[in-house]
Structures are given as structure tokens and as C-alpha cells.
Write a protein that binds this ligand. Structure first.
Ligand code: HEM
Length: 141
């Protein structure tokens, strides 16, 4: 007769109760697509673009945001392996982020999320996170 505990393991889908948003949206390709769309908007928005130290090559910034978001939502920890602890607020201090910059950033990200195919639940979680975090990055009145 099979061990009861073993049966339960066999019958329970792995990680059923802790499926990450990263998995839910389809993993890295989702975050790559999202950040591609976001940076296409940044590149065409002078309010945002002027903040970027390397406006001629947004590639490295794009990669950092992609890896950070993937890590934040439960994907691989490549961001921290390469960059250490995110310390996002501190890393944003050099950039003057007031309400206008925050709003442009958030609106660009909302358009990017809206252009991705995902569930309304995942979109709502992303949206709430981006709204709170964009405000947290504001360092000017
Ligand atoms: C949800 C809100 C935000 C998140 C999650 C986020 C995330 C990030 C990350 C992960 C980096 C790279 C940090 C590093 O490893 O060096 C970064 C850089 C940067 N962020 Fe943000 N950010 C947010 C909001 C904003 C806002 C509101 C602005 C200004 C409008 C902004 C402007 C920048 C700039 C100019 C950089 C430097 C680009 C670069 O990496 O070279 N960010 N951000």
C-alpha cells in the first residue's frame, strides 16, 4: 500500500499555491516585450528621455529594467547577481523625478502593459505595483 504522504505529493501540482506572476504571464518573454514597448515610448518622450544618462543607447537601461521586473515578480535573480541589491530609490536619486516625470513614466508603463496580452488580474497587479513604485521614486515636489 502506498505511503499516504507520498500520494499527496504526487497528487498536488508543484507549487500550486505559490505560482508567481512571472510564471503566470509566461516568463521572460513577457517582461522583454513589456520593456520593449515601454522604452519605445520613452525614446519618443522628451520629458523622460532627457533623464537618461545614455540617450543614444537605451539598451543597457532596458536590460536592467527587464531583469529587475522579472526578478521582482518571481523569476530568475539575474538582476541582483549582476547589480547587487536593487536599492531602487537610491539608484534614482541622481535623476530629478517630480510629479510630471512620474506621470509620464507611469503613463508609458500603463500603455506598455495595455499592449501586452495578459489576464486582467495580472494587469491589475502590475498596475498597482507600478503606481505605488513610481510615486516612491519621486524625489522632487
Ligand atoms: C515602478 C517604478 C520604477 C521602477 C520599477 C524602476 C526601475 C528601474 C531600474 C531597475 C533601473 C536600473 C537600476 C540599476 O540597476 O542601475 C532604473 C533606472 C532608471 N530609472 Fe527607473 N524605475 C521606476 C521609476 C522611474 C521613474 C518614475 C523615472 C523617471 C521618470 C525613472 C527613471 C530612471 C532612469 C533615468 C534610470 C537610469 C537608466 C539606466 O538604468 O541607465 N524610473 N529604474
Amino acid at each position: 500500500m502506498g505511503d499516504e504522504r507520498e500520494m499527496r505529493i504526487l497528487e498536488t501540482p508543484p507549487m500550486a499555491s505559490s505560482r508567481t506572476l512571472y510564471d503566470e504571464v509566461g516568463g521572460m518573454p513577457f517582461f522583454e516585450g513589456l520593456v520593449d514597448r515601454f522604452y519605445a515610448i520613452v525614446a519618443a518622450d522628451p520629458v523622460l528621455l532627457r533623464l537618461y544618462p545614455d540617450q543614444a543607447d537605451l539598451g543597457p537601461a532596458r536590460r536592467r529594467l527587464t531583469l529587475f521586473l522579472a526578478q521582482y515578480w518571481g523569476g530568475p535573480t539575474t538582476y541582483s547577481d549582476e547589480r547587487g541589491h536593487p536599492r531602487l530609490r537610491q539608484r534614482h536619486f541622481p535623476f530629478e523625478i517630480g510629479p510630471d516625470e512620474r506621470d509620464h513614466w507611469l503613463s508609458a508603463m500603463r500603455s506598455a502593459v495595455g499592449a501586452m496580452e495578459t489576464t486582467p488580474e495580472a494587469a491589475a497587479r502590475l498596475d498597482a505595483y507600478f503606481a505605488t513604485t513610481a510615486e516612491a521614486m519621486r524625489n522632487r515636489d
